[in-house]
Design a binder for this molecule. Structure first.
Ligand code: IMP
Length: 428
């Protein structure tokens, strides 16, 4: 038995969907443990494209799928996603899908608050996905969240909604948004509760049982380490912990035995939304990376900012998350670049940094030290064997291994599941 925790090592959009799908073959169960429908995991299975936001990716392969307590859940988005997956021939039932009874709900007023804040004229703009993620997590730590278990008891729900609105209505008034009547929200929740009920369970006990019966569990992270609320490029982050230790907290499995943490890493770097990005190429190189890599957000369709791979940040993510190995994705996007650059250190005021100081995140303040690597000007897309790769592509991969000191477990050479080169199977 072994467990794998998959996390993004960058600012999200590293191609986790495909890797989780690839690994789910060996898994008995797949668990989401943070984030919500701000995530967008794309899977290509038998030429069918599946875009998942809330459902664990293993569901497409019929693996037991769990949504943990660490996830913030928009029930209407979930219902739509279930229906759209069912239209593609995947039958979802309560044997397949389980949702933690203590997951926090995203309600319509969270989404409205998220959008209103992003559209205000003053203050910091984060560039959120507008899904209500931040306001829902705020309610959780503020102890006024509605959790999934609350919606099945009419009196409990009424009391909790009134308590939440006691907080939200004055804020809405201040932002010029109409105040809400508790009955409106209660009615909406009553309408959806019977649809959701079969899936609602105590999942931490299920996961413990699975582990004790030697089953392999795959923990599917969303977003990336650099968007972590504590360790990311704050305040330009998401509102959950995205590092691997959140797998315990967000699933309730206190001890994840015998596990391997796999950091998904794109061969270059992107970010969507505001915030520091030291190796950003706001020029024709960034444009080219974006076009070849099709760098548009799965969830919001926004154009992603693009730049060179940053080993300072990669090493930082690996250390913060206890990454054991990397899955390198989208190498083929670099196929036509004559020269490729990799950042290996930062300098500021004559001092060299091997991490991004939290106060020095502004791109133009930091001097970046790059190494230049010759490109390979050959197609690598669809390669299935490391030895078949062009010499300089192999060199690029070996340089990443040497400079980070982290093993590369997998190399993905196209969105297709079969186009994957395995160096080390994370399920030991
Ligand atoms: P929020 O998670 O919607 O609050 O957005 C906060 C920041 O995280 C914004 O910069 C988003 O663009 C970014 N973000 C959230 N989810 C994802 C994701 O799945 N991929 C990439 N960026 C994300």
């Amino acid at each position: 038995m072994s467990n794998v925790i998959v996390i993004g090592s960058q600012w999200g959009d590293e191609g986790k969907g495909k890797i989780v799908d690839w690994l789910s073959n060996k898994a008995d169960a797949v668990v989401r443990f943070q984030g919500g429908h701000n995530a967008g995991h794309t899977l290509v299975v038998n030429n069918k494209v599946y875009k998942l936001s809330l459902l664990p990716s293993g569901i497409v392969r019929g693996k037991k799928s769990y949504i943990g307590n660490g996830v913030v859940l928009d029930l209407w988005a979930l219902a739509n996603e279930i229906k759209s997956i069912e239209k593609k021939g995947i039958l979802i039932n309560s044997d397949l899908l389980s949702i933690s009874e203590t997951a926090t709900l995203i309600l319509p007023y969270h989404k409205e608050l998220d959008t209103a804040r992003e559209h205000k004229l003053q203050g910091v703009k984060i560039g959120t996905t507008g899904r209500g993620i931040g306001p829902a997590y705020e309610d959780r730590v503020g102890r006024r969240a509605i959790r999934l278990c609350d919606i099945f008891d009419k009196q409990v729900l009424k009391n909790k909604i009134e308590n939440a609105l006691f907080h939200h209505n004055p804020i809405r008034k201040g932002l010029g948004i109409e105040e809400i009547n508790s009955q409106t929200i209660i009615k909406q929740l009553n309408e959806i509760s019977s649809y959701i009920k079969p899936y609602v369970k105590n999942i931490w006990k299920d996961l413990l049982n699975l582990q004790e019966s030697n089953k392999n569990i795959l923990f599917e992270g969303a977003q990336g380490v650099l968007l972590d609320i504590d360790h990311g490029t704050y305040p330009f982050v998401t509102s959950s912990n995205t590092i691997s230790s959140q797998a315990n907290i967000g699933s309730g499995l206190g001890k994840i035995s015998n596990h391997y943490t796999l950091g998904i890493t794109k061969a270059y770097l992107t970010r969507v939304g505001e915030g520091p990005f030291p190796t950003e190429q706001d020029n024709e190189i960034g444009e080219k990376l974006g076009i070849i890599g099709n760098e548009f957000g799965t969830v919001t369709g926004r154009k992603r900012r693009c730049g060179w791979l940053d080993l300072v940040l990669l090493k930082q993510s690996a250390d913060l998350s206890g990454i054991n190995g990397l899955a390198l994705t989208k190498l083929d996007v670099l196929d036509s670049f004559e020269k490729i650059y990799v950042c290996i250190a930062y300098k500021y005021n004559g001092k060299t940094y091997d991490y991004l100081p939290p106060t020095l995140g502004i791109n133009d303040k930091i001097e970046k030290e790059y190494i230049e690597i010759d490109g390979w000007s050959q197609n690598t897309r669809g390669s299935k064997n490391f030895n078949d790769l062009p010499k300089n592509a192999k060199k690029y991969i070996n340089i990443l291994r040497e400079l980070t000191g982290i093993e590369i477990s997998l190399l993905s050479t196209s969105p297709e599941r079969e186009d994957t080169i395995l160096f080390k199977n994370p399920f030991i």
